[in-house]
Design a protein around this ligand. Sequence first.
Ligand code: NAP
Length: 536
Amino acid sequence: MKITGKNHIGFSRSANGTNTYTTFNPKTNQANETLFYEASTSEIDEAVTLASKAFDSYKEISNTAKAAFLNTIADEILALGELLIHTYISETGLPEGRAIGERGRTVGQLRSFAQLVAEGNWVTATIDTALPERTPIPKPDIRKMLVPLGPVVVFGASNFPLAYSTAGGDTAAALAAGCPVIVKSHPMHAGTGELVANAISIAAEKTGMPVGVFSNLNSAGIEVGQALVQHPAVKAVGFTGSIKGGRALFDMAASRPEPIPVFAEMGSINPVVILPEALKNRNEEIATTYASSITLGTGQFCTNPGLLLTVKGTALDQFLKNLSHQILDISPSCMLHPAIKKAYEHNKTTLTQQDGVTIAAAYDKPVTPNHAPQVIATVDGQAFLENTKLHQEVFGPFSLVVVCDDIAQLHTIITQLEGQLTGTIIAAEDELAQYAHIVTALQNRVGRIIFNGVPTGVEVCPSMLHGGPYPASTDSRFTAVGIDAIKRWVRPFSYQDWPNDLLPDALKNENPLQLNRILNGATTQERIVQHEASHV
Ligand code: NAP
């Protein structure tokens, strides 16, 4: 298969636009060859119109057929073999192991949504049967389930070209829910995106899905994404990226004549609180663990530990020596793109030039182009409290250590933090009880709390919450990782006194899908006998 640079619109390829661009190999510091064609206004409209038409039939497709579609996407991604891995590496500078691992995660996500859909219980069928004899007024028969929202636009992340991009978590969850998807391809990995889009199109055709169930639009700048968010037929948006980008799209969606939800998963500095006993007793071990976590993937993870909070003293002095020593021992690695490297240098400089900030360790040997030298900076608690510029994410291998006067100041700082994806407590067992107010304060600011670990590494499983209070995400009630992500693309819908034959299978008296349903308040797989459902 050859990468063409064209847009995928329904089952066709299209390149009507005049704007072209290329991707970039940060390892070789050279542009890649393929010319990508940015989607034109008419192509954007065609993709959304097709998605809107596809919605009515796609949402009615059986659970088994939808599961087959998702599993076939996974098969087709694997069938891309070396070409996909090679393209991924050439557009990101990331190593082969990471490419293979991320492909495994992407395929695993698709298969877990396929299983969820095949089982069918996720629709949360809830039935309250009629009480015609109730006085003073009879009770009607009411049946509720989750139904898909309609066409969803997905913005992929620069730092997860597979797992959070074209066929990533948002797309898998939306397709599983019954929503057609239009992907706004990330310009930094457009070739990887095209290959995956092709895999989705082949899977859709093979499994008999309607034209328009999926489209992939190229973009060189922000205009394509903005046009998609403003298109009246789009009903929801999934975004993974920066706070600036996510917030702009959220505001745009809210100001439409018909506002729509934007589920944006955004940046975070992932505070790590190191309590005194742990700092004293495990000083070197914590420094080693955190030097690795801060530099993992060149710091290009949304869960990168950008903020370490602890109390001043000799243990902290020793910790800073250990952390500096460990971090300077690591060879800088390649960033995803010169633009990301530029942003890293700019944000790092802005932050380290703030009053009261001291550099504890900065890798200062020469580095190859697009490689990021890691930096650890320190600041005292009061300066941190007074300057919110110090609270901003520096996307890359950077961490700020906040030296608090005492536990009271540490507590105040936690309460002043913006919402975060994760919070970590490094502590001796008995410190959790001793500093319970610190734990509670951190819990109030984050989506996931970690004990004696690192925030990097997001396990994909049903109990994972990847989100958090704003600005970590635009809606802290939902997760972007794990099967519960499906809940972002649905709405509850009730039928009142609806004829049994015309109800969706999930709600029919006979329970043909053998779902676990909430029937008159109790969870059961039972069928409903006629006298219980006398109105239907
Ligand atoms: P980004 O600059 O926000 O870009 C993400 C996408 O949004 C790109 O396709 C970009 O289009 C588009 N975009 C940005 N601003 C826009 C606007 N005003 N209007 C319309 N579209 C807009 O983010 P990134 O550099 O790709 O990713 C790095 C960031 O993502 C970091 O802050 C990181 O923490 C965050 N992240 C968060 C998570 C999470 O799950 N919470 C996961 C991974 C990464 P163009 O490229 O065409 O400009």
